[in-house]
Design a binder for this molecule. Structure first.
Ligand SMILES: C[S@@+](CC[C@H](N)C(=O)[O-])C[C@H]1O[C@@H](n2cnc3c(N)ncnc32)[C@H](O)[C@@H]1O
Length: 252
């Protein structure tokens, strides 16, 4: 494990109150927090969106899930939430951080696979994925807090490739740091923190984030701040956050 440089997975784990992180991650997170004091609440609001989006997909009838940029394991998990709705649900977790893959091992019903969202076609033909996911049927694809770690202008092309491999009725969840709402100084602080990781960060405008949903119809309430996406009483992550926009679309 590389404990010399911070990683986005470990920084997020720390912000969520987890223990799978090192001093270098905690220092990076605290430096970021000094410039953007709401960052912990934003991380929690993001995790809440993951779980609400996954549950909504299961309630819409989706039985198989691909969680790309899944991060280090955390409870409650996507698998736990979707199985409450559909006991036969299957989840494949995918991440391009080599440390995340072994951390998620040991769960044969929700395996963690190495893969990169910049190459969705490779993910969709990986035998470890196709062994559990039938791409002839709708899939719930969770790409939450990951697109902003893909700085390339080609991100919308990667999203189009992903869409092309999915059956109609598939769902896509995205949350993304929004360049329109995060103050410029905080954006620079975030860029400085993540420049030390393998994942340089790129906030996108609302229009750029919406473009990632090309070929998908956004479900209510549309593309909104994290905490505004279908909040409910008793949510373990009730935090509000304007730093990121979130939405779920259905493939046309
Ligand atoms: C902030 S965490 C989000 C975890 C989880 N999706 C959530 O929202 O609770 C971002 C994760 O995306 C992963 N990641 C970054 N770029 C990626 C890429 N191009 N392909 C796959 N995973 C990526 C990181 O390694 C990290 O584990």
């Amino acid at each position: 494990m590389n404990d010399q440089a911070p990683s986005s997975a470990r920084i997020y784990n720390y912000l969520l109150g987890g223990t799978d992180n090192h001093p270098v991650d905690r220092q990076a997170a605290e430096a970021f927090k000094a410039r953007l004091p709401t960052i912990e609440a934003a991380a929690r609001a993001n995790r809440g969106f993951v779980l609400r989006a996954a549950r909504a997909m299961a309630e819409a009838g989706v039985r198989q899930f691909l969680d790309i940029g899944c991060g280090l394991p955390v409870e409650p998990s996507v698998l736990g939430v979707v199985r409450e709705v559909r006991p036969d649900a299957r989840v494949v977790r995918v991440d391009n951080d080599p440390e995340v893959v072994p951390a998620g091992r040991g769960r044969t019903d929700a395996p963690t696979v190495f893969g990169d969202l910049r190459d969705p076609a490779a993910i969709m033909k990986d035998p470890a994925v196709t062994g559990l996911i039938d791409f002839g049927e709708p899939v719930g694809v969770i790409t939450v807090a990951v697109w902003h770690f893909i700085p390339e202008d080609a991100a919308s092309e990667y999203a189009a490739t992903l869409r092309a491999g999915l059956a109609p009725g598939s769902h896509l969840a995205i949350s993304h740091v929004c360049a329109d709402t995060v103050p410029a100084a905080a954006q620079e602080a975030g860029k400085a923190v993540y420049a030390r990781t393998a994942n340089p960060v790129r906030p996108r405008t609302q229009a750029e984030i919406r473009a990632l949903f090309g070929g998908f119809t956004l479900l209510d309430p549309g593309l909104v701040p994290l905490g505004d996406w279908r909040p409910y009483d008793g949510d373990p992550y009730p935090e509000q956050a304007t730093e990121s926009l979130a939405g779920v679309g259905v493939r046309n």
